[in-house]
Design a protein around this ligand. Structure first.
Ligand code: UD1
Length: 340
């Protein structure tokens, strides 16, 4: 089946393209390369033996997007990753985030509607739950007022998709990710942030390899066992596999309702210090870090109740925190070596 993957040269997108191709799907990537590079398509080809078609344009361009869908009206499904994702930046530049993340989604849905394409998997986030009242957090937990414009774009996007479903033949699955980390076992693709990383694990690997002087641990006075914040880290390959299952569920008419939501997490929470300890254990390195103030907008703790996803999708995250850290480190080393 022909699948459009927007943002397919990005971090989660590239790993998902690999899994889709491995399962025999034909992939077209649309990406504006704002946070990735065209070389990723070559890396994917090294892993799978098939170079995905890559069209480079911005999905906020309505004319280009509508032209794309007219030319490719045989697409069976869309996985929509392309979006900005830096929480802090979204607070500084809210209009940029709303404009980018919402306009692209609207253009895609319009293009799908105009060309009879009915299936979309949407990249959502556990950020829609805010700081949940109950842990682990299940799909039925209330949606909290968003902590950031980024988080708000995920909430509004889910609403836009639901409203579109009410007036069309669209089917959608929103996958709410917890914290994806790690890299492909070949170390050919991984998380490659442009500039200073916002997220924990790329910052750890860049510190360990000497690009950053030290990691700032944002706060050790949270009401958690060691005082640092807790997240549900999930291996990006486990996450990618869930996308293939979600697409196949749609294409095989297995959905229970026209709009389904699934949590993608492991069900286990790790504190920042536990992630650091695991990294030091699997790499044998000592990480230079300092405790600093809390980061604005961070919540104390969140981890998933993955039971519904496990049962309904027949999917389970398999890789543990040590494997996640080791794969991220192998990727960082391979990437820095390749630049020499
Ligand atoms: C956030 C969003 C998530 C989004 C993701 C993408 C929320 C609740 N979560 O995840 O939806 O998909 O960003 O970018 O909005 N940390 C440090 N030092 C660092 C970096 C991080 O101590 O240099 C800590 C953070 O305080 C946090 C943990 O590490 O406790 C994870 O942080 P990060 O990787 O940035 O992800 P989230 O903020 O959880």
């Amino acid at each position: 089946m022909k699948i459009l993957v927007t943002g397919g040269t990005g971090y989660i997108g590239s790993h998902t393209v690999v899994e889709l191709q491995t399962k025999g799907h034909e992939v077209i990537i649309v990406d504006n390369l704002s946070n990735s590079s065209a070389e990723i398509a070559d890396k994917i080809a090294l892993i799978t033996g098939v170079k995905p078609r890559l069209e480079i344009f911005d999905l906020t361009d309505g004319n280009r997007t509508s032209d794309f869908f007219e030319r490719n009206n045989d697409i069976a499904g869309v996985i929509h990753f392309a979006a900005f994702k830096a929480v802090g930046e979204s607070v500084q530049k809210p209009l940029l985030y709303y404009q980018n993340n919402l306009t692209s989604l609207i253009n895609i849905l319009q293009g799908m509607n105009d060309n009879g394409i009915q299936n979309i998997v949407f990249s959502s986030s556990c950020t829609v739950y805010g700081q949940p009242d109950e842990l682990p957090v299940s799909e039925s937990a209330p949606i909290k007022i968003a902590e950031s414009p980024y988080g708000n774009t995920k909430q509004i996007s889910e609403e836009i998709i639901k409203d579109t479903i009410n007036t069309s033949d669209l089917h959608a699955i929103a996958l709410r990710y917890f914290n994806p980390i790690g890299a492909h076992e070949t170390a050919l693709i991984g998380e490659l942030p442009i500039g200073v990383p916002n997220n924990l694990v790329p910052f750890i690997t860049q510190t360990a390899i000497g690009i950053r002087d030290y990691l700032s641990v944002f706060g050790d006075t949270y009401p958690t066992p060691d005082g640092t914040a807790i997240r549900d880290y999930i291996h990006v390959v486990d996450l990618a596999k869930a996308h293939v299952i979600a697409v196949d569920r749609m294409l095989n008419d297995k959905m229970k309702t026209d709009f389904e939501v699934f949590n993608l997490g492991t069900g286990f929470g790790y504190s920042v210090l536990e992630v650091i300890n695991s990294f030091e254990k699997v790499t044998g390195l000592k990480l230079n870090y300092k405790i600093v103030d809390r980061r604005e907008g961070d919540i104390t703790q969140v981890w998933a109740d993955p039971e519904y996803s496990n049962k309904e999708l027949g999917w389970k995250a398999e890789k543990g925190i040590d494997e996640m850290n080791l794969s991220a480190w192998k990727w960082e080393m391979a990437y820095q070596e390749s630049k020499k």
